[in-house]
Design a protein around this ligand. Structure first.
Ligand code: RIB
Ligand code: CA
Length: 324
């Protein structure tokens, strides 16, 4: 069992990643922290709150964090994720509020309480994580592992040079990559292969309420902005790696973050040729796509059964109340 804290900016692929994490018996979600990214912090937090109730884990804390980057003005990806951040999904509104306190303190306190046991997963801009390691540098020792969906050693997606999560807050990423821990970087070089093709979406269509209300509308909305034969479900790859690290080939590297370049700001400069340098990252280079989807879709299937179970229970309860 791997205990995790997910720092995220839901976000369509964040939602698909959280669903995978919830559906995997190998993972226990200790908390979800939110950051401004794909859409505003208010919306990423609202989406996380809706997701935890829709998916059925209302007891897991959702803790809001930084609204934007350390130094730069906010950018977003509403053109990709929609104004709401979850495309045109219509999940029931959340009935429970976020936790008090700040994401940075939640990350510090959770890792401090379970030294060496909790994996921190960053699937949004790294502002919260950067502030956490600045406020309490021991976070880098307490974390069992720190895994991100972010960066690229080929080309970006927000600019030709930079991937969105890094480009949204390059200074935060630079802090994170020089904090002394080894960052497991699952970048676009891996996640661009994880496409929700027509065959994948057809499997999702057969997943009842989960498919109809979340998975399919997310994949279809996300797919409207891609020329490939389906959208790349980037964040899901980071969670899949935690469940089965053999899915993704990783190599040690020295990663530096460009924070000055006029055209290259947010670029992750990845050097696999270490020389006599110690690596600061393990960088994903390839993914076993068939096994990735088999793992992901079977976890979604588990969540779908739970969702149907809840619906069945609710309709039974209604029947009892109405005396049917
Ligand atoms: O580049 C992909 C990343 O940017 C994903 O985390 C997606 O949610 C967006 O935040
Ligand atoms: Ca994200």
């Amino acid at each position: 069992m791997r205990r995790i804290v997910i720092d995220c900016d839901p976000g369509i692929d964040d939602a698909l990643a959280i669903t995978l994490a919830h559906g995997s018996p190998e993972l226990e979600i200790l908390g979800i922290t939110t950051v401004g990214g794909n859409v505003s912090l208010e919306k990423t937090t609202a989406n996380a709150l809706k997701l935890r109730e829709f998916l059925g884990f209302p007891e897991v804390p959702v803790v809001p964090g930084s609204p934007g980057a350390l130094l730069r003005s906010r950018v977003d990806a509403a053109d990709v994720h929609g104004d709401s951040g979850l495309g045109d999904t219509r999940l029931p509104p959340a009935t429970l509020p976020p936790s008090d306190g700040h994401a940075v303190d939640f990350i510090i306190e959770t890792l401090a309480a379970h030294p060496g046991e909790v994996t921190l997963v960053g699937i949004g801009p790294l502002t919260n994580v950067a502030l956490a390691v600045r406020k309490e540098p021991r976070v880098t020792e307490w974390a069992r592992e720190f895994v991100i969906l972010g960066g690229s050693y080929t080309r970006g997606n927000f600019t030709p040079a930079a991937e969105f999560n890094i480009a949204a807050d390059p200074e935060a990423a630079a802090i994170v990559f020089t904090a002394g821990w080894t960052v497991t970087m699952i970048g676009l070089d891996v996640s661009r292969s994880a496409l929700a093709t027509g065959a994948v979406v057809d499997r999702m269509r057969a997943m009842g309420r989960l498919g109809a209300d979340l998975l399919v509308p997310c994949a279809e909305f996300y797919g409207m902005v891609t020329a490939d034969d389906g959208p790349a479900v980037h964040d899901v790859c980071a969670i899949a790696y935690l469940i089965d690290p053999t899915l993704i080939e990783i190599q040690p590297a020295v990663v530096e973050v460009e924070t000055v370049g006029r055209f290259t700001s947010g670029m992750t400069v990845v050097d696999f040729d270490l020389g006599d340098r110690a690596p600061n990252a393990l960088v994903g280079t390839s993914i076993d796509v068939p096994r990735f989807w088999e793992l992901t879709l079977s976890a979604y299937d588990q969540v779908a059964r739970q969702c149907e179970g809840v619906v069945a229970l609710e309709s039974c309860q209604e029947a009892v109340v109405e005396g049917r």
